[in-house]
Design a protein around this ligand. Structure first.
Ligand SMILES: *[C@@H]1O[C@H](CO)[C@@H](O)[C@H](O)[C@H]1NC(C)=O
Ligand SMILES: *[C@@H]1O[C@H](CO)[C@@H](O)[C@H](O)[C@H]1NC(C)=O
Ligand SMILES: *[C@@H]1O[C@H](CO)[C@@H](O)[C@H](O)[C@H]1NC(C)=O
Ligand SMILES: *[C@@H]1O[C@H](CO)[C@@H](O)[C@H](O)[C@H]1NC(C)=O
Ligand SMILES: *[C@@H]1O[C@H](CO)[C@@H](O)[C@H](O)[C@H]1NC(C)=O
Ligand SMILES: *[C@@H]1O[C@H](CO)[C@@H](O)[C@H](O)[C@H]1NC(C)=O
Ligand SMILES: *[C@@H]1O[C@H](CO)[C@@H](O)[C@H](O)[C@H]1NC(C)=O
Ligand SMILES: *[C@@H]1O[C@H](CO)[C@@H](O)[C@H](O)[C@H]1NC(C)=O
Length: 623
């Protein structure tokens, strides 16, 4: 018996060695209720709700990882990997299992099995990455498949010809991410290698889902859908080849067909009408499912019917949703997590923040110089949260011509990849002058470019600081109190320009220190808490100040031209302690009853200035 047990143990050892026993969540400087529930099958949801297919397979889970030292390193041997990593995650995060900073170059390795029916004649296999920060070089079975640059965007490669016929394959990804290291100017948002107060721990590597899907030879690559309040649906179905005919059907909430069209052609816009659709709005976020078929390929998607425009009400230029002015009140939403950095621990955690905001009566949020995964946008579409979507900014320096061109290339990608979410209503180009060239004013041409790519939404060309008159909004930042559509202003701000819509892109930001258990336990971050604009010594003081500041904003809605405002911010982030929630999401500072009432008062004040514009002044954005 004993020797039998001994030999069976011996044979078990190499098997267990392959079973990723090495992965372990590290201890972050602060955890959340979700940190230790992530497990080894993270983000199991279908990752792309706007283009769903039945045949797919997640590659998320435990992969092998190692540091690398230079670009162009040969693909390493299997035995040279000694660390495990959870995919998706940021290498700097505790959830990754690695938790290391400054990994400029690194290798990932995994094996995957492709079902036999994926590799039949007439079919293709796509390898999808939802986001890799910053540059990914992808190898399948040792062969170079492709390179992708840009940390926030989804991309895929047709890997059909690289696959082994026996189904077993090896995937290597070489990642290069300098973040904001000397000499580099990439879109990084708030990531920095030297975290300090309002700049935080960076994210490196494969931080969103990796997955395979099986598609027919001719397949749909993108759906562009514009569904207007009058029922017009404008559809462009982009495929990899050809001009096959397209059929589209739209289903209502009960699954009944409200439109069915067979007359479209791939790679060419066409439109049709749905009679009296239920409109999408924050109060009634109605979505319709869609099924689109081209040849052998069928995908499911969804849309919401709504129209954005500007109009004049009571002499004030207003943003209109479905022909009506509603005041937009939201938070600056940075999407950082103490355990996952850029990757929320799971969907439940991600949606927890959104539900907290909705519960306080907010109808908007500003996704601040970060881009989230597709499930985040889907959640905002479902919950009825309008989104101001910022382009991730470059570091606080002036880019050279090549860096500017690359950033502009990625601005195009932001629009192209996100212009189908009903919740997004505004694009931001520049935040507070970060990476903004000021010896000429590129925001004018960039605004025209964004409007050309997406003629249906508002463009906030410069939120805060260097405003030269571009775009739909006049947007001041001011702390703590607002200066929204007012004839008074301070340094870095300008008096209201009545040709545009007035919004307050940032205000509030009042700080409140908490007990050490809720703090990001990094000494420098704790030392820098005193750099906050204002510290309120207790929650009574915090809520008192919140009430005063919202009341002041309400005055500006009543008396001046204020149409929307963004409060800093949803949660604390590292040493910045000014969130509705602490960084661990365990303490909510806002007195719910009071804040709900104060936020409702903003909507009421706006409504008392009139909700409908006259036809004569209403202007759709269509060029
Ligand atoms: C990372 O690199 C930066 C320089 O870019 C340096 O200041 C910092 O101390 C390094 N961080 C760690 C943890 O090594
Ligand atoms: C599958 O085929 C590849 C390439 O021919 C080979 O290297 C690998 O060992 C095979 N794997 C299995 C499980 O048969
Ligand atoms: C549909 O969209 C295409 C591409 O944006 C545009 O050229 C066309 O004018 C649109 N049609 C309608 C009816 O809006
Ligand atoms: C719409 O699609 C979603 C996602 O595929 C599905 O969960 C939902 O049940 C569908 N709704 C209807 C009414 O068909
Ligand atoms: C901006 O656009 C105008 C008009 O298309 C063009 O003449 C000008 O050269 C552009 N400026 C820059 C800096 O690209
Ligand atoms: C904040 O505190 C640090 C030490 O904890 C101190 O060195 C610094 O001078 C303080 N700064 C301000 C603005 O009070
Ligand atoms: C905030 O609280 C922490 C933990 O109690 C403390 O170490 C730090 O000095 C406090 N900072 C300020 C500015 O109150
Ligand atoms: C605006 O125009 C529509 C359609 O032309 C018309 O039904 C509506 O009464 C007009 N509204 C106003 C306020 O003039």
């Amino acid at each position: 018996m004993r020797s039998n047990l001994f030999t069976s143990l011996l044979t078990l050892i190499p098997v267990l060695g392959d079973l990723a026993l090495g992965y372990e969540v590290q201890t972050p400087p602060l955890d959340t209720d979700w940190t230790y529930t992530v497990g080894t099958d993270p983000w199991p949801e279908y990752p792309r709700p706007q283009l769903q297919r039945d045949e797919w397979q997640s590659l998320n889970g435990i992969w092998k990882w190692k540091s690398a030292s230079y670009p162009g390193e040969p693909v390493p041997a299997k035995g040279s990997f000694d660390e495990d990593i959870l995919v998706p995650s940021c290498i700097e995060s505790a959830i990754s299992g690695v938790m290391k900073m400054n990994q400029t170059y690194s290798w990932y390795r995994t094996e995957f099995t492709v079902p036999q029916d994926y590799i039949q004649k007439g079919k293709r296999v796509l390898l999808n990455f939802e986001a890799v920060d910053h540059q990914a070089t992808v190898y399948v079975n040792g062969d170079l498949v492709g390179i992708h640059v840009g940390g926030y965007w989804h991309f895929n490669f047709d890997v059909t010809k690289y696959l082994n016929t026996n189904g077993t394959n090896t995937l290597h990804v070489f990642v290069f991410d300098p973040t904001d290291a000397e000499g580099y100017m990439n879109p990084v948002g708030k990531q920095t290698r030297v975290p300090s107060h309002i700049f935080y721990t960076p994210c490196t590597g494969i931080w969103q889902t990796v997955w395979l899907e099986s598609v027919p030879d001719t397949y749909i690559q993108q759906l562009d859908i514009i569904a207007e309040m009058d029922g017009t649906v404008n559809v462009t179905v982009t495929t990899n080849q050809g001009t096959d005919s397209v059929s589209v059907s739209i289903l209502d909430g009960e699954g009944a067909s409200v439109a069915s069209v067979n007359s479209g052609t791939a790679n060419k816009a066409f439109d049709f009408k749905v009679s009296s659709p239920k409109l999408w709005s924050p109060d009634s976020p109605t979505l319709y499912n869609l099924t689109v078929t081209v040849g052998e390929d069928t995908v499911n998607s969804y849309t919401g019917f709504r129209t954005l425009s500007t109009g004049e009400i009571d002499g004030v230029t207003r943003p209109l949703l479905n022909g009506e002015f509603i005041f937009q009140f939201g938070t600056l939403d940075q999407g950082f997590w103490p355990d996952g950095i850029y990757t929320p621990p799971n969907r439940e955690a991600m949606v927890y923040d959104l539900k907290m905001l909705k519960d306080l009566g907010l109808n908007m949020l500003r996704k601040h110089i970060k881009v989230e995964n597709a499930l985040f946008y889907r959640a905002c579409d479902e919950l009825g949260l309008l989104l101001i979507q910022d382009m991730p900014s470059m570091p606080l320096r002036t880019p050279d011509a090549d860096q500017q061109a690359e950033w502009e290339r990625q601005l195009d990608i932001l629009i192209q990849q996100h212009k189908n979410y009903p919740s997004i209503y505004t694009w931001v180009i520049y935040n507070e002058g970060w990476g903004q060239i000021t010896d000429y004013y590129p925001e004018f041409n960039l605004t025209a470019r964004v409007k050309q790519l997406d003629p249906t939404r508002f463009v906030d060309s410069t939120t805060g600081w260097h405003d030269h008159g571009a775009g739909d909004f006049h947007d001041n930042h001011h702390y703590a109190n607002p200066q929204c559509g007012t004839p008074f202003y301070s340094i870095q701000s300008t008096p209201y320009d009545n040709k545009r819509i007035a919004i307050q892109g940032e205000f509030g930001g009042i700080g409140h220190n908490v007990s050490a258990e809720h703090l990001w336990k990094v000494e420098l971050a704790v030392q820098q808490i005193n750099q906050t604009y204002e510290i309120d010594a207790d929650l009574d003081a915090y809520n008192y100040r919140g009430h005063l500041l919202l009341s002041e904003l309400r005055d500006q809605v009543e008396k001046y031209a204020c149409s929307g405002a963004v409060w800093t911010q949803t949660t604390d982030v590292e040493g910045e302690v000014n969130g509705f929630l602490t960084y661990d999401r365990r303490l909510q500072r806002t007195d719910k009853k009071q804040w709900r009432a104060d936020i409702q008062a903003l909507y009421d004040a706006a409504a008392s200035r009139g909700g409908k514009a006259t036809n004569a002044t209403t202007r759709k954005f269509r060029l």
